[in-house]
Write a protein that binds this ligand. Structure first.
Ligand SMILES: [Zn+2]
Ligand SMILES: [Zn+2]
Length: 194
């Protein structure tokens, strides 16, 4: 198992993911419209989204995310009152990742925050392409065959349960122990959505 280097574009926020194992199979590409809206809100669509509007995300439990520098630069955005907590770098608008809710022990790290030169080897292949209805183009069949959406939700629920039971929900660098987000979320108004 390895550490994975994390950094925002300008370098003010630095961190790492620990105990990264390519056999874990927690890397997905999400094609949902909300992930696209988040990237566009940060004017990072070209950097983050693939040709079909997908976002490459590495899922891990909060205890395996360590922010070593620049924690105070992290900002939170939500696309609606009940939307995911979507994290980004206030210093340079780099998309960082998302959390479903304070008590759900899972963080989805967006590839734009993963700067490790050995990223591909450390993370292993994409295991699932999900929320395909939001795709903006035809996803290559070879990609869908290699990383099918089928079975994804069940596997993810199981992982979250294992992470919870093994105490990996804490510490969570993005929420206080009372469940308060690190930065108060800015709820995107309809006019701010592209
Ligand atoms: Zn930055
Ligand atoms: Zn998504």
């Amino acid at each position: 198992m390895d550490n994975l280097a994390l950094q925002c574009r300008c370098g003010q926020i630095k961190g790492r993911a620990i105990k990264v194992n390519p056999a874990d199979g927690t890397r997905v590409i999400c094609y949902c419209k909300d992930c696209q809206a988040f990237a566009h809100a940060l004017k990072a669509g070209a950097e983050v989204l693939d040709e079909q509007g997908g976002t490459d995300i590495y899922q891990l439990p909060p205890a395996r995310l360590q922010i070593q520098q620049g924690l105070e630069q992290i900002r939170c955005l939500r696309l609606s009152e009940k939307g995911l907590y979507r994290w980004y770098a206030g210093c340079c608008n780099t998309p960082i990742g998302n959390s479903l809710a304070p008590r759900v022990p899972m963080i989805g790290l967006i590839h734009s925050f993963i700067v490790d030169p050995e990223r591909e080897a450390k993370l292993g292949p994409v295991r699932a392409c999900v929320n395909l209805r939001g795709a903006t183009g035809q996803i290559p069949k070879s990609q869908l065959d290699a990383a099918p959406a089928r079975g994804y939700v069940g596997k993810l629920m199981l992982k979250i349960l294992v992470w919870k039971l093994s105490g990996q929900g804490r510490p969570n660098p993005l929420f206080s122990t009372k469940g308060q987000p690190l930065a108060s979320p800015h709820i995107l108004s309809p006019g701010e959505k592209l």
